[in-house]
Design a protein around this ligand. Structure first.
Ligand code: F3S
Length: 405
């Protein structure tokens, strides 16, 4: 790989041991993937934050790695394992809190902004089309590549952090046009589409390939609890759910949606393998995502809720006047969106918590709840895994899960 004088100096340790280790990692990855050079990135997003997922070993590694390293570009953090203000009322233990604080302090010392969200792109941190990034959170990777037209590979947490420290990433994969071309044509033969469910089905079918999705029917706007938006085309939040689910059931890092995503007109689908998705396929997948009929928690916000979603949840709760089941409600979002929707937050807090900094998957949910209802196909997949929470799961749209309260 050709390195500039500055890059070689960083590799040689002239800017400290932490930066040299980071450069070694970035160059090593580039060499494995046949990259010719490094390219500047404009921002990074780092995963591997929760004490639940990285534990003592991760905290120690971050403290050592970051002893003399600083990030060179704006760098954002994925959700941690607790809401910094509400951890006690969530039921988080003192030990977990202390371990989490160590991790956050280590990231802060490296210069990482403690944004603790998987949707930095729905705040003031939104990147622009064509920008090169190093993002680690899979749902954010697929969103910025597909919906915004920015460029990033699915980085591991340490690789994204290393790229942030050297301000560069190796040029390969989704930084180059060839990897961004569609590889499978998906035709959706259903007028009713829950995009979280569709993403789960598509990811399962295509694995890591780039799907080009064509909706064969205009979307039905009048589906209470499934769509609240007018105009017959998917909203940004629906694309967010789709990408998150496809990245979790497969390893999708980019998709095109005909008529909707920025690059779809430049793509050719001639000669591609064609798969048709039917209402039956969607229904049978939905059934498989549920293995609980009653729950002790309703958790919305995977990925983190936008302002529009907070308003939607508040409106649905206003109409919900049935008896209460006793299940708890968590709505997960980030600080910016919470602050931007005070009336919705007030309405939701009559029923439960609006939680920031964390989510139902990366907090220690296994110590707090046993069965959880979610409208997110990504969360439905992860929460049932022993390593993430061992939950019984109910999957449904927003109205269906709120109805369980
Ligand atoms: Fe975000 Fe947690 Fe889901 S990090 S995408 S809310 S698993």
């Amino acid at each position: 790989m050709d390195l500039s004088v500055t890059e070689q100096a960083i590799l040689d340790g002239e800017e400290g041991a932490g930066a040299a280790t980071a450069m070694e990692l970035v160059v090593g990855l580039g060499t494995i993937f046949g990259s010719q050079r490094l390219i500047p990135i404009s921002s990074a997003q780092v995963s591997g934050v929760s004490y639940k997922t990285i534990g003592e070993a991760g905290a120690h590694w971050l403290e050592e790695f970051g002893a003399d390293a600083r990030v060179r570009v704006p760098t954002y953090l994925n959700p941690s394992g607790m809401d910094s203000a509400q951890w006690q009322s969530m039921g988080i233990s003192q030990e977990f809190h202390d371990g989490q604080e160590r991790i956050l302090k280590a990231y802060a010392r490296i210069g990482v902004e403690l944004s603790q969200t998987c949707t930095p792109y729905q705040t003031h941190r939104r990147p622009h089309a064509g920008e090169h990034l190093a993002y680690a959170e899979s749902s954010a990777v697929v969103f910025v590549n597909s919906v915004i037209g920015a460029r990033t590979n699915r980085e591991g947490g340490p690789a994204a952090l290393a790229a942030a420290i050297v301000g560069r990433t190796a040029e390969y994969g989704f930084h180059l046009p060839a990897a961004r071309a569609p590889q499978v044509l998906i035709e959706v033969d259903s007028p009713t589409v829950n995009f979280a469910l569709l993403g789960n089905v598509v990811g399962g079918l295509v694995g890591g390939k780039v799907p080009y999705v064509r909706l064969l029917h205009p979307l039905d706007d009048d589906l209470p609890g499934l769509r609240w938006y007018r105009g017959g085309r998917p909203t940004e939040d629906e694309l967010k759910w789709f990408g998150a689910a496809a990245a979790a059931s497969g390893s999708v890092a980019m998709f095109h949606l005909e008529g909707r995503t920025p690059d779809w007109q430049q793509q050719s689908v001639e000669g591609l393998e064609r798969i048709t998705i039917t209402p039956q396929m969607l229904a049978s997948t939905s059934t498989k995502l549920t293995n609980a009929d009653k729950v002790d928690l309703v958790a919305i916000g995977c990925p983190h809720c936008s302002v529009e979603e907070l308003n939607t949840i508040a409106a649905l709760l206003k109409d919900h006047d049935g008896p209460r089941s006793g299940a708890e409600l968590w709505v997960c979002t980030n600080h910016e969106n919470r602050a931007a929707a005070p009336e919705a937050v007030e309405q939701i807090e009559r029923w439960g918590k609006v939680i920031v900094d964390t989510c139902m998957v990366v907090c220690p949910i296994e110590e707090l709840h046993h069965s959880t209802a979610v409208p997110s196909a990504k969360a439905a997949k992860y929460l049932r895994l022993e390593s993430f929470g061992g939950q019984k799961v109910f999957f449904g749209n927003f109205a269906e899960v709120l109805h369980l309260l």
